[in-house]
Design a protein around this ligand. Structure first.
Ligand code: FE2
Length: 204
């Protein structure tokens, strides 16, 4: 087996009231797992080499054309959900100093800009905070399961935080009220984890 599902660092109900248990269970154990199974099956079908996930995403052109789109969709789905879950936490955290300073220098109001960017997107996708090649913090949205590591992606850089805009992430609970889902997300961000990724990416 190439890749496997990561365990959550909190209980299925650990993100309530932001995301209810039923949605977390379905999202993690059905949707997230589904992407991994399809990815593994596609790679297995051509006996593809075993490589770290970020390298697979960065080098999609090397993947045989017959499975490239399946790999793009499902490796993206796998990676994006990993980051989504890992950058969430049960208890609200304040933003650590170094990351807070960087966000304040780059954005007038990071939260508002991130939410406005998410609201402006139509259809499935992901909102990102990422560090671009010039080491600047950026906000942007990618379509489907694309992400800033992929060479095909209009956004390029190191992902630091992501928000799932697919309806399966919120619809059971929030219906069409995406704005409330986006706002509640900010009460459960693991800022210590995001800062760790930020500092690592800055040093590269
Ligand atoms: Fe999702």
């Amino acid at each position: 087996m190439y890749y496997s599902l990561h365990n959550l660092s909190y209980h299925y109900n650990g993100l309530e009231p932001f995301i209810e248990e039923q949605t977390v269970k379905l999202h993690h154990d059905a949707h997230h797992l589904g992407y991994i199974k399809k990815l593994n099956a596609a790679l297995e079908s051509v006996q593809y080499k075993e490589i770290p996930l970020p390298d697979l995403l960065r080098n999609l052109r090397e993947v045989p054309a017959s499975i490239r789109q399946v790999v793009r969709d499902n490796a993206g789905g796998f990676y994006n959900h990993n980051l989504y879950w890992e950058a969430l936490v049960a208890k609200e955290q304040s933003i650590p100093e170094k990351l807070g300073k960087a966000l304040n220098e780059r954005f007038e109001n990071f939260k508002n800009e991130f939410i406005e960017c998410s609201l402006s997107w139509v259809g499935s996708g992901w909102t990102w905070l990422y560090l671009n090649a010039q080491k600047n913090l950026q906000i942007g949205v990618t379509i489907n399961h694309d992400n800033p590591l992929m060479e095909y992606c209009p956004l390029q850089g190191t992902p630091l935080l992501t928000l799932d805009l697919w309806e399966h992430a919120y619809y059971l609970q929030y219906k069409n009220d995406k704005k409330t889902y986006f706002n509640a997300f900010f009460n459960h961000i693991s800022w210590t984890y995001v800062e760790q990724l930020y500092l690592q990416a800055k040093q590269k």
